[in-house]
Design a protein around this ligand. Structure first.
Ligand code: PAF
Length: 291
């Protein structure tokens, strides 16, 4: 029998994951609890265009996994109505940009095996069309002790997901990339490729970020972090970052969970981060003007 994934948040990343799971023989349902949770979208990858219709999740107890792919600032509120609706043994995976929202998810799914994941996908959603500009596997691993005991989630396709015993370095690397790429592309109003032309600024930013995230388990030198961030910018150079898109459309942004999170962490550790603070001030000016 086909495995069933419940996806909460069928935006650019959630729809991409849904399309890939369906392509690997899974069923996918929308776990949204608001009115009309079903979703339809066209998925464009290279020259291929396919239509997907994702039904509402009729019986949460039948789900084999819950994958959460929302905007960080909506996560806490969106997961609350899902408390006690799924089997306690069902794995929950948080696959979002940013950090700090995981506590709210763990609070709702206290006994479920809880996993953190990241993707370097470059995908854009425009109306009901999702375009994949940069492909890549989602890296995930255990965040809760019981997930650590279980390890790799059964039957997730290896072509879509890559298991790591300790997901924290990958999550922090992605946070570092988002901290540089997202606000800077929003301020400059350019695609990710512009980052490759800002080598000196990126060096100064990644130097500060590597100091702040080291105690959280980043495991990168300033130089290796710089290369990792530039690598993500290069891989997604044709993409318009999610934060730039949010600013352009006058929507709320994930700043508090990305650059804001890193600055708050620095303040907690008593660290000075002038470049990050300057970038945040410019970003907030831009976002304020756009709103
Ligand atoms: O937020 C985004 O847009 C993405 O995480 C990334 C990797 C920066 C690509 O644009």
């Amino acid at each position: 029998m086909a495995k069933l994934a419940a996806v909460l948040g069928l935006g650019a990343v959630g729809s991409t994951i849904a399309a890939k799971l369906i392509g690997n023989g899974w069923e996918v349902c929308s776990a949204d609890t608001r009115e009309n949770p079903e979703r339809e979208f066209d998925f464009i990858e290279g020259s291929s265009r396919k239509h997907y219709a994702i039904p509402a999740l009729a019986d949460p107890k039948k789900a084999d996994i819950l994958i959460i792919t929302l905007k960080a600032f909506t996560t806490g509120k969106a997961v609350r109505p899902l408390r006690n609706r799924f089997r306690p043994s069902m794995p929950v995976m948080l696959l979002e940009n940013g950090m700090g929202q995981d506590a709210a998810v763990m609070d709702v799914f206290r006994v479920n095996p809880f996993y953190l994941g990241v993707t370097a996908l470059g995908a854009v959603k425009d109306g009901n069309t999702v375009t994949l500009n940069a492909d890549g596997k989602a890296v995930y691993g255990p965040r809760s002790v019981n997930a650590g005991g279980i390890g790799k989630i059964k039957d997730l396709p290896d072509s879509v997901f890559c298991f790591e015993e300790n997901p924290v370095p990958a999550v922090l690397r992605k946070l570092a990339a988002n901290t540089v790429i997202n606000p800077l592309t929003a301020v400059l109003d350019e695609k990710n490729g512009i980052i490759l032309e800002k080598a000196e600024l990126v060096r100064r930013l990644t130097d500060e970020i590597s100091r702040v995230l080291a105690p959280l388990g980043l495991g990168e030198t300033p130089d290796s972090l710089y290369k990792a961030v530039m690598g993500i910018a290069e891989k997604t150079l044709e993409n318009s970052s999610s934060m730039r898109e949010d600013v352009r459309h006058g929507r709320p942004t994930e700043n508090d969970f990305i650059l804001g999170f890193v600055i708050k962490t620095a303040e907690r550790f008593g660290m000075d981060v002038p470049e990050l603070k300057r970038l945040e001030a410019e970003f907030l000016r831009k976002a304020g003007n756009a709103a």
